[in-house]
Design a protein around this ligand. Structure first.
Ligand SMILES: NC(=O)c1ccc[n+]([C@@H]2O[C@H](COP(=O)([O-])OP(=O)(O)OC[C@H]3O[C@@H](n4cnc5c(N)ncnc54)[C@H](OP(=O)(O)O)[C@@H]3O)[C@@H](O)[C@H]2O)c1
Length: 267
């Protein structure tokens, strides 16, 4: 197999393994074309038995793959990239999923001619349902499409300006927690109106999934779908208005903005 067909993941932790497993499940790549590294290489044995090349040698990964995904912790980036700086070749693409490290910072740690892109997935990547925002300053259209295609195997992906990377972390990655808190609250309400907790959780979860699918699959605006459920003087509008009187939409907007203010202070 040629280097052009190979993809390497440096940092086979939670996210690195999810990406590898997702790409295999999608039949996007042959196991023998996928390289994944970490220092404790035995933790990658479930991938190794599927035919994936597992290793602790990052230089080997950079040498043998055209696209390299960097999935280490932010504080590990310099330690991981500095020793392999001289192994990069022009035409390679490095996609960093590391939170809060800029393209400029990473570009300084790799050779010239290497395209650096950033991707921000969320934890639903483990089940190939991630929302992944990608920034691609300086990447060609072909490279952007290639990386979009990789993350579209793992959910949905969109290209955004790098300036919006922190905002995407809030809306897409923190957003998982916001949505789960809504489901938990709906479940608690469901228990109060008569369901056991397991049934309430199933109804609330599947209903949230269906609501999201109506928007994603039909391309509708939420308010249009809401109009379909709100009979005049009916129970839905009474419940919705009660939620709004208690600050529902305002609380969500304020929460998103508070997370964004906090992330700006962290990075
Ligand atoms: N988890 C998510 O859903 C998610 C979502 C968006 C962004 N992110 C970002 O993705 C990055 C990874 O997150 P994570 O949750 O996957 O963290 P993690 O589980 O700690 O994975 C990081 C991996 O990097 C490996 N590593 C450390 N030094 C290495 C080296 N020198 N060579 C090769 N591998 C090395 C570690 O394994 P060893 O110690 O065995 O080397 C570890 O398995 C973070 O920057 C995080 O902010 C994560």
């Amino acid at each position: 197999m040629s280097k052009a067909d190979r993809l390497a993941i440096i940092g086979g932790g939670n996210l690195g393994i999810s990406i590898a497993e997702g790409l295999l499940a999608a039949h996007y790549i042959q196991p023998s074309n996928l390289i994944i590294t970490r220092r404790k290489v035995s933790a990658l044995d479930t991938l190794k038995v599927q035919g994936v090349i597992t290793s602790a040698d990052n230089a080997d990964a950079v040498n043998n793959a055209r696209i390299v995904v960097l999935a280490v912790k932010p504080k590990q980036v310099a330690d991981v990239l500095s020793p392999v700086k001289n192994f990069w070749q022009p035409g390679q693409v490095l996609v960093s999923v590391v939170t809060g490290v800029t393209i400029t910072e990473i570009q300084a740690l790799v050779g010239p001619g290497v395209t650096v892109m950033r991707a921000m997935p969320n934890t639903a990547i483990a089940i190939r349902q991630s929302m992944t925002c990608i920034s691609a300053k300086g990447a060609s259209e072909t490279e952007q499409n290639e990386v979009l295609n990789i993350f579209n195997q793992l959910g949905k992906a969109v290209i955004i300006d790098e300036e919006l990377m922190e905002a995407s972390t809030v809306l897409g990655a923190c957003g998982i927690a916001y949505a789960l808190r809504f489901i938990r609250a709906a479940t608690q309400g469901g228990i109060e109106i008569g369901f056991d907790s397991n049934t309430a959780l199933m109804i609330a979860s599947q209903t949230a999934k269906g609501a999201a699918a109506l928007l994603l699959e039909n391309g509708q605006h939420p308010e249009r779908e809401i109009d379909k459920v709100t009979t005049p003087q009916g129970c839905t509008i009474v419940g919705l208005n009660e939620m709004e009187h208690n600050g529902f939409s305002s609380a969500v907007v304020k929460g998103v903005i508070a997370s964004h203010k906090k992330i700006a202070k962290i990075h």
